[in-house]
Design a protein around this ligand. Structure first.
Ligand SMILES: NC(=O)c1ccc[n+]([C@@H]2O[C@H](COP(=O)([O-])OP(=O)(O)OC[C@H]3O[C@@H](n4cnc5c(N)ncnc54)[C@H](O)[C@@H]3O)[C@@H](O)[C@H]2O)c1
Length: 393
């Protein structure tokens, strides 16, 4: 059978656009043609395009017109407006995490530390609803680029749950490292929050996804989250923080530590941690404690490959693992980090869905559940960890 040709465009030309482009090379279910890139950073766009031999576009509209699928690889504040612009033209949007959020009231002196989280929750839900509404009236779809859903360990766990009819009782998980490279990350008006949204979204979406899988297998419908308790802290901004220079300290008004306890409608729970305080490379893991098995999905670190070198400089040209502070000594080196993290698998799933007009697991509903849970979490944190009910859209 001849493969369908699908044209794609990149919105943004930074870190995420680069790994999307790399992962795209592994898509096999469609013939993907890259129409080009549009980015707010003209110089960055030019070098991104030159390196890959692809055209640049002067406007987002022109790029949308030239493509069937747009990769939204821009800061979180732009996700909803760009996705709506794409959907309004009947095109598909692959939207990076976080789906959307609350980015302040637009005032010069808006501060992420002090605004009322109830306002934030309402606005974040409204933003989700606006994207869902645009999708309802569009020929295009939202594909939520939560790579953890497609990471091979999480997909193997999906198989275990489906084949054994497991009941998940408790999930725990973590994403953490020593801090983000992106300057947009630490400013609430661009990022919509700190560790809870920026990192916590990964294990949270995976937990929501796996409870969805369990529900659809055993009960014929997803088991949704209903309540959340959370704490957030800004340790690197404490007066007493002693900076030894290893952790990033670029956060203006966001938290660098978050802990979230999610209660599902069947009374089972998930406990997830996200932070910017962990040296030694990125931690990406989720553990499932079920009534018939227990699984650890270890995207990173894992011990697939371990290497030792006495001098860091020996590995100057060798990629070791994301956000490792030194290459000297023993390392849990990643032979194919993107594979473990599910980047190529998510794009394969999305392009297959476009080619075959099929259901996709990481969709706008899962994305909205994640945002609803996170912002209920921020409200809980404002209330010192008191439980807050989740509004499911
Ligand atoms: N799934 C993952 O593992 C993962 C990892 C890193 C980042 N991300 C997500 O990817 C997104 C981008 O992050 P990043 O690290 O690539 O940031 P980045 O700062 O490296 O790149 C952002 C790009 O967007 C461009 N941009 C900004 N506003 C724009 C606009 N209105 N229109 C067009 N282009 C615009 C910038 O010029 C830049 O090229 C974020 O939402 C982030 O959370 C996901």
């Amino acid at each position: 059978m001849q493969k369908k040709t699908i044209r794609c465009g990149f919105v943004g030309s930074g870190f995420a656009a680069a790994f999307h482009y790399r992962a795209l090379q592994h898509v096999v279910s469609a013939k993907v043609e890259v129409a080009g890139v549009y980015s707010a950073d003209k110089a960055g766009m030019e070098s991104f395009a030159k390196e890959r031999g692809i055209p640049t576009f002067d406007s987002l509209d022109a790029l949308i017109d030239a493509a069937d699928v747009l990769h939204v690889c821009t800061p979180p504040v732009t996700h909803a407006p760009i996705a709506i612009q794409i959907l309004n033209k009947g095109k598909n949007a692959i939207v990076e995490k976080p789906f959307t959020g609350y980015f302040g009231d637009g005032s010069e002196d808006f501060c992420g530390d002090t605004f009322d989280r109830e306002v934030g929750l309402k606005a974040a839900l409204q933003s989700c609803a606006q994207v869902l509404e645009a999708e309802k009236h569009s020929a295009g779809k939202i594909f939520y680029a939560e790579n953890w859903v497609y990471a091979p360990p999480v997909q193997k766990e999906r198989e275990i749950i489906e084949k054994t009819g497991a009941q998940i009782l408790w999930i725990n998980g973590e994403q953490s490292h020593s801090g983000s490279h992106s300057l947009a990350y630490g400013q609430w008006k661009l990022s919509g929050g700190g560790s809870l949204i920026g990192k916590g979204c990964h294990p949270l979406t995976a937990a929501l996804y796996l409870k969805g899988v369990e529900g659809r297998t055993r009960l014929g419908r997803a088991i949704r989250p209903v309540a959340v308790s959370a704490r957030t802290h800004a340790m690197t901004r404490m007066d007493g923080f002693v900076d030894k220079g290893y952790l990033k300290t670029t956060y203006k008004d966001t938290e660098d530590f978050a802990l979230i306890h999610v209660v599902f409608e069947d009374g089972t729970v998930a406990d997830l941690i996200a932070n910017e305080l962990s040296l030694g490379g990125t931690n990406n893991w989720i553990r499932v404690n079920a009534n018939n098995h227990r699984t650890l999905c270890n995207m990173s670190h894992n011990n697939t490959m371990q290497t030792f070198t006495p001098e860091a400089s020996i590995y100057d040209d060798v990629y070791v693992v994301e956000k490792i502070e030194t290459k000297a000594g023993w390392s849990e080196i990643a032979p194919d980090e993107g594979w473990y993290l599910g980047y190529q698998h998510e794009l394969e799933a999305f392009y297959k869905a476009v080619a075959e007009d099929a259901f996709v697991e990481s969709n706008s509903q899962l994305a909205s559940d994640t945002i609803a849970t996170i912002y209920a979490g921020y409200l809980s944190a404002q209330r010192g960890g008191a439980e807050v009910a989740i509004t499911n859209l």
